[in-house]
Design a protein around this ligand. Structure first.
Ligand code: BGC
Length: 376
């Protein structure tokens, strides 16, 4: 698909107010089907992810572009119904304790809803949970009544997540398939809770079960950990922390931002993953493009601080993210100037070219932060 460049950039444009540009970028690249490509110019990311798309839809809803969000949710409904045979077989297999094989919903699809035939991991559960959460936000914001097809897709998704949540899957970074991940479980619990008013079922009970499990695991260490399964918590030199753990509180609300468990988690993220005055690393030891600072994670941590009333910290992170936009106002996925493993960058550049830019999810997280700072 050929993608038009949104609004031709001019070098005199003032992108200190990047928020307006975030909206333009998101709207301009949305496909007629409603899907948002993760990045229109980075070949491996030319697909629609449930995770990225759900955050993008939430962001664009926040600033009043409900029609765009509705079209994304419509794409998600179509994709789930189109692939429901696999979902239903997965539910049945999970209930019987049989390996899923190829029967599962994918983390990403082409913009027209087909499966992607590359060798990148596709079995991830967090994106569907985040989708349910974003859909419920949309429903509340717009008083939308789900048409029967939408309700069917929501119910299948809830049944799927409720049946599979204890099955290890790839995490939101598409890594570590042998674990149960705290981030993933939080997204599932939030999604099931959000779906409770949308679809008949006992989704709330499963959500509470997941939450209790996560709190029990976290109470062993005094903070949330990247891997949620007690038996599989690694020991040794690699800290069991990931910047995405911010999501447990914001937006998934499994705990308030100021509980001791959450504050302890964020203080570890600060100490291990936030470069002072800079951006946020995914986790210690990341080697993807050398393991640089992620713009979306910096904005996410800022979102947490904004909701915690720590305005200065939130503004500092927003300023850092905005400073990473190029002359076209495009945000990169990550910035490699202070990469953890600079020697690993070249191999990725040879394989896939420069870091993805624009990354629509990064624009979405920046937009959410801007909006939160200006409206709370
Ligand atoms: C990230 C995913 C993301 C995808 C598309 C990957 O590198 O690990 O979290 O969904 O890019 O943006």
């Amino acid at each position: 698909m050929k993608v038009e460049q949104p609004g031709s950039p001019s070098s005199s444009h003032d992108y200190t107010n990047l928020c307006a540009r975030d909206v333009q970028v998101i709207l301009a690249y949305q496909h007629p089907t409603g899907a948002y490509p993760a990045s229109p110019t980075f070949a491996p990311y030319r697909y629609g992810w449930f995770r990225d798309g759900a955050f993008i839809a939430y962001a664009i809803d926040l600033v009043g572009h409900h029609e765009s969000a509705r079209r994304f949710h419509g794409w998600a409904v179509d994709v789930i119904l189109r692939h429901k045979g696999k979902a239903l077989r997965a539910i049945d297999k999970a209930r019987r304790g049989v390996p899923l094989g190829e029967d599962f919903l994918h983390a990403r699809y082409t913009l027209t809803g087909e499966e992607v035939g590359d060798d990148w991991p596709n079995f991830q559960l967090d994106g569907l949970g985040t989708w349910l959460w974003a859909l419920q936000e949309h429903v509340t914001r717009t008083n939308f009544v789900l048409p029967p097809r939408w309700e069917e897709a929501v119910t299948i998704t809830c049944e799927y997540l409720a049946a599979l949540w204890q099955t290890p899957c790839y995490d939101l970074w598409e890594e570590d398939k042998e674990h149960l991940h705290t981030y993933t479980l939080s997204a599932i619990a939030a999604g099931l809770l959000a779906a409770t008013p949308l679809s008949p079922g006992t989704w709330e009970d499963t959500a509470h079960q997941i939450r209790s499990y996560l709190l029990q695991v976290a109470s062993q260490t005094g903070h949330f950990t990247k891997y949620a399964a007690l038996a599989q918590t690694p020991s040794g030199s690699v800290p069991n922390v990931d910047a995405s753990l911010v999501g447990v509180a914001v937006p998934y609300a499994l705990t308030e931002p100021d509980t001791p468990l959450m504050e302890q988690t964020v203080s570890l993220i600060e100490r291990l993953l936030h470069r002072p005055g800079g951006g946020v690393y995914r986790y210690v030891g990341d080697r993807y493009y050398g393991g640089g600072e992620w713009t979306l994670l910096a904005a996410w941590l800022g979102w947490y601080y904004a909701l915690s009333g720590e305005w200065e910290r939130a503004r500092e992170l927003e300023a850092w993210v905005a400073a990473q936009a190029d002359d076209s106002g495009f945000l990169p996925e990550q910035v490699t100037t202070h990469a953890q493993h600079p020697a690993a960058i070249a191999a990725w550049e040879r394989r896939w070219g420069p870091v993805a830019r624009p990354l629509l999810w990064a624009h979405a997280m920046h937009l959410i932060l801007c909006h939160t700072l200006r409206s709370t």
